[in-house]
Design a protein around this ligand. Structure first.
Ligand SMILES: Nc1ncnc2c1ncn2[C@@H]1O[C@H](COP(=O)(O)OP(=O)(O)OP(=O)(O)O)[C@@H](O)[C@H]1O
Ligand SMILES: [Mg+2]
Length: 346
């Protein structure tokens, strides 16, 4: 792993104004991204995965913005960018995003080929026949058969998987350094999902990209990621190498996520399901945001926000459980059994 991160988000706060009130979607959230890695971001719906990463390309909805912290990229704090002109130097060229809803990223009224071509013309300064040739090359590159014929078709003539390939073609057409994939396979069935994952992996290797892979599916994470960051209520609460998160997690929210894995059918033990709901983001969050849903929360969890504690050099968790002053806490049996099961499989 390279020493210096290629992107460093620090204490990022993102707020939206909604019907005259402020909602804080991201609370002092930090993330360092290293060249060539695949970083998975996991967390339940509404935890802030999309909002946080959209801020890296200036794509937050108009009613919101970065209200604190910094996002350093190539020596510049891009969180201070104000204009589209500034973002156009980065978005699509250096940092690209496959958006969560593939239907909104394609124009249903425009031919597929034209859409890729236009994106290439906009971002690469090549025009006409040259841009078309490049678009055809990209269609082929992402595994779309008969690119010449497909070029002239409309999005509705493509299957979900093929549409996702097109969206990926547009995202990588300019060889970005960082590719953010936001739930790129959620709407697809399992076989197609595996194909798209393979495609992303291949492109990452060939184009030497760094990938942020957003998903709520921990099963997918095990297959794609080098590192994992777990998000809860607008914050990263734990991060580490993929094995460290799967076999030695320490945040109770990570435990809850892991215990929902199908591999974890532990007989005779009640699974620690995630009861309750995340905090209301209109209100200020006190202590550990997960405490009200954690049956084994400590008193301090309701009072004071935990800092990150180091488990290893690469693994940190934001939970009082790791404070040396905390009562001796053991990982739940299900987590220890998962570790044994996985080890057993080699
Ligand atoms: N334009 C907006 N205005 C107000 N609130 C917003 C806006 N966009 C996002 N939010 C809120 O920000 C929070 C984080 O949303 P985000 O879309 O990042 O979640 P997510 O982790 O990507 O969830 P999912 O897994 O469902 O995609 C949510 O509470 C959401 O309602
Ligand atoms: Mg999302």
């Amino acid at each position: 792993m390279a020493k210096e991160p290629i992107l460093s988000a620090k204490d990022v706060e993102i707020q939206f104004s909604l019907r005259g009130r402020m909602l804080t979607a991201i609370r002092r959230c930090s993330l360092d991204l290293y060249e060539g890695e695949t970083m998975a971001i996991v967390g339940e719906s509404g935890s802030g995965k999309s909002v946080f990463t959209k801020s890296f390309i200036g794509m937050l909805d108009a009613n919101g913005g970065v209200t604190g912290g910094s996002i350093m990229y190539e020596g510049v704090d891009i969180s201070k960018y104000k204009t589209e002109k500034e973002w156009m130097t980065i978005r699509g060229k250096k940092i690209s995003m496959v958006m969560q809803d593939p239907m909104t990223s394609l124009n249903p009224l425009k031919k597929i080929g034209k859409q890729i071509q236009e994106s290439i013309e906009l971002n690469q300064g090549i025009k006409g026949a040259a841009a078309k040739a490049k678009a055809l090359e990209m269609l082929e590159r992402v595994g779309i058969p008969e690119p010449e014929k497909r070029f002239n078709q409309y999005p509705h003539e493509f299957s979900g998987g093929m549409r996702q390939r097109v969206v990926i073609a547009i995202a990588v057409a300019c060889h970005p350094q960082i590719l953010i994939c936001d739930e790129p396979t959620t709407a697809l069935d399992v076989t197609i999902q595996a194909q798209i994952l393979n495609l992303i992996r291949e492109l990452q290797r060939d184009l030497k990209m760094t990938v942020i892979y957003i998903t709520h599916d921990l099963g997918v994470v095990a297959n794609v990621a080098d590192r994992v960051a777990v998000m809860y209520a607008g914050q990263i609460v734990e991060y580490g190498m993929v094995d460290e998160i799967f076999y030695d997690a320490w945040h109770p929210y990570t435990w809850a996520l892991l215990s929902a894995l199908p591999q974890l059918g532990v007989k005779g033990e009640e699974l620690p399901t995630i009861d309750g709901t995340p905090p209301n983001l209109f209100n200020e969050v006190k202590g550990d945001a997960f405490a009200p849903r954690n049956r084994h929360a400590l008193a301090i969890d309701f009072e004071e926000e935990p800092p990150f504690f180091e488990v290893t050099k690469t693994h940190k968790a934001k939970t009082w459980y790791l404070d040396p002053r905390a009562p001796k806490i053991e990982q739940p049996k299900s987590i220890r059994q998962l570790r044994e099961k996985m080890r057993g499989r080699g």
